[in-house]
Every structure is written in C-alpha cells, then in structure tokens.
Ligand binder design. Structure first.
Ligand code: SF4
Ligand code: SF4
Length: 325
C-alpha cells in the first residue's frame, strides 16, 4: 500500500488516495443505531455510474430522461468535457432519496453508497491478463462507523472483499466495469483520440446514462440504415436495459476507438457518410456557437436522433466496402 497518483480513477481529482486491495482488513459497521445515522446522506456527494441509473429509474418507475432531470445534476468528469451525473441534493445538501428512517431506495442504492466509506478506484491496465480492482478509504469526520468501540465492541475485522459482499456491490461492479474501462481508456488515449466533439460527448452520455433515449436512437431509421442488427437482438435490447447498456458500451468502443464489433451496411454507410459531410460541418458550427450559451452535452433536448458517432463512419465505411467485395 502507498500513496499514488490518481490515474486509476475514471475521472479527474486532486484527491490522492491510499490504494487498498480486497484482502485489506477493516473494522467498520453501520446500522440504524449509530450516532451518525444518515449523516453521510445529509452531505451527499454521490457520483452515479450507468448501472446505478438503471436500478434507480426502475425502482422509481421513471424513464431515464425523467430520472436524470428530477434526481441528478451534471458534473464535468475530465478536462475534455465528459459529463457524468451526481445525485441531486436539497439546499441543505441532503440526498433527495433520504428519509428520516434512512434510504428510501436502499435495495437499489447506488454503488458509491454501498461502498462508502470506501470507493472503487478502477481496474488494472488493459494489457494485464485479469482485472485487478483497487479501493480507497474515504475518511470523513461525520462517519463514526470506524469507531467500533463506541457502539459495536464485538465487531470483527473483515476484509474489504467480504465487506463488498455484505453490501451487494458485485452486481453493480459487473455492469459498471466496462464503463470504467471505457473512461480510463479514453483518459489514457488522450491526444490519440483527440478532444471529443460535442456530438461524441452527447453519444457518450446518451449510451451510458440516458438509455431510454439511446433506445430510441438505436431504433431510429438513421441508425437502422447504417448498422446491421438482427431482429432477435433488437427484440432483446428493446426489452432488456442491461442488454441495451452492454450494446451501448460496444457502440461507444466502436465509434470512439474503432473497435469494430457491430456490422455496418456497406452501401448505406458509404452513401450516408457522403451525404452528411456538409450537414456535420453546418451542425458543428451551429453547436459550437450554442455551446457558448448552454451546455448541450447534458441537455437531453439537444440530443437529436441524428447523433451517429460519424467521426469513425467514413473509415468504417471503407472497411465495410472492402469486406463486401
Ligand atoms: S441514495 Fe440512499 S444511501 Fe445514497 S445518499 Fe441517497 S439516501 Fe443515502
Ligand atoms: S456516516 Fe458512516 S456510520 Fe454513519 S450512517 Fe453514514 S456510513 Fe453509517
């Protein structure tokens, strides 16, 4: 263990954590009897990952758009303008989902709430054979869960791995890790992928956080005219948010990094890329002007069905043409 830089975090931070591993021993407990009950939810600064949004929107029976609007605020995750979301709080910084009896969405609470007062840092480098997850501790004065002798003298030491199990974070990590990998890859690629365009940022947000909008995008005539998806697969992602999220990750890896896993309709792509050259120039100019006034990366109203990740389409069209010959 030791001090390190923060390159394992999928966002930029001045926080310099101590890296902890799964076998790190902790002595921590939290229950309704603690003197600080709800204190953490009264100073909530909870970043959401894509699977958190799925769980919460389903629990609250809202569309992703409505959930994002009512319960989240945007924040800029890095210097390139990638937008993430945090849980919205009231003016006293209380989480909107908190009640006097505790969390109103406890079974579906976000991964960050489950981990607290620890956090997931990320995964080992892509060239490693297996992922290695690391963790860090969040030490805040209001949290008395570390002071076992005050209320739970018989609490045993457990490992961080065991603590994760008690909090049910494994399922959350399973569906969020591809998102973390994507963010880390984008961060480490740096200038190689260039500064993302406004359109790329919109696609990134939509395909990870705003899945109901992404679904409409995937089923739009524009998308269907370019990407080759069979009917069974379309039926699956129509009904299943998790399958849709996994498809979103694939789509993003394709449009951002050229990892081609979704087949293209060769002739349609070449034709469309040609037709839309002029359109994208005009749209880009208009959006750069608009970006000075608002932030279109987060505003769902600005995201049209035309957002196709066209920055990679031309080269993919060439590849598809070659394949079809
Ligand atoms: S979602 Fe629940 S656990 Fe998380 S900050 Fe809000 S009230 Fe607390
Ligand atoms: S502040 Fe710490 S001990 Fe208190 S309720 Fe929150 S997590 Fe539990």
């Amino acid at each position: 263990m030791g001090k390190t830089d923060v390159s394992h975090l999928p966002y930029e931070s001045s926080f310099v954590p101590e890296i902890l591993t799964e076998d790190h021993k902790i002595k921590f407990a939290c229950h309704p009897g603690v003197s600080c009950f709800n204190a953490c939810c009264k100073q909530a600064d909870v970043m959401l990952a894509p699977y958190d949004v799925i769980r919460l929107k389903q629990k609250l029976e809202l569309t992703s758009e409505q959930f994002l609007k009512d319960y989240t605020v945007p924040w800029e995750m890095d210097g390139d303008g990638v937008i993430g979301v945090k849980l919205k709080t009231n003016e006293d910084k209380h989480c909107l989902l908190m009640t006097e009896k505790g969390c109103s969405v406890y079974k579906d609470r976000p991964a960050a709430c489950r981990y607290y007062p620890f956090g997931l840092m990320g995964v080992k480098h892509t060239e490693a054979k297996a992922d290695e997850q690391n963790y860090f501790r969040i030490e805040e004065e209001h949290c008395k869960g570390h002071e076992q002798e005050n209320f739970l003298p018989d609490t045993k030491e457990i490992t961080l791995g065991e603590y994760r199990k008690t909090q049910g974070v494994e399922e959350f990590d399973k569906f969020n890790l591809d998102w973390i990998r994507l963010m880390l890859k984008k961060k480490s690629a740096g200038p190689a992928v260039g500064t993302p365009s406004v359109e790329s940022l919109q696609v990134l947000f939509m395909a990870t956080y705003d899945l109901d909008r992404f679904k409409r995008f995937v089923f739009s005539p524009n998308f269907q005219s370019v990407y080759l998806l069979d009917k069974d697969f379309l039926d699956t992602i129509q009904k299943d948010d998790l399958a849709l999220l996994e498809f979103g990750y694939r789509f993003l890896r394709q449009v951002l990094f050229g990892e081609k896993t979704i087949d293209l309709k060769a002739d349609a792509v070449a034709k469309r890329a040609e037709e839309r050259k002029g359109y994208w120039k005009a749209r880009h100019d208009a959006e750069m002007e608009y970006a000075n006034l608002n932030d279109p990366r987060y505003d769902p109203e600005v995201m049209g069905d035309e957002v196709m990740g066209d920055n990679k389409l031309t080269e993919q069209a060439e590849a598809a043409k070659k394949k079809s010959k």
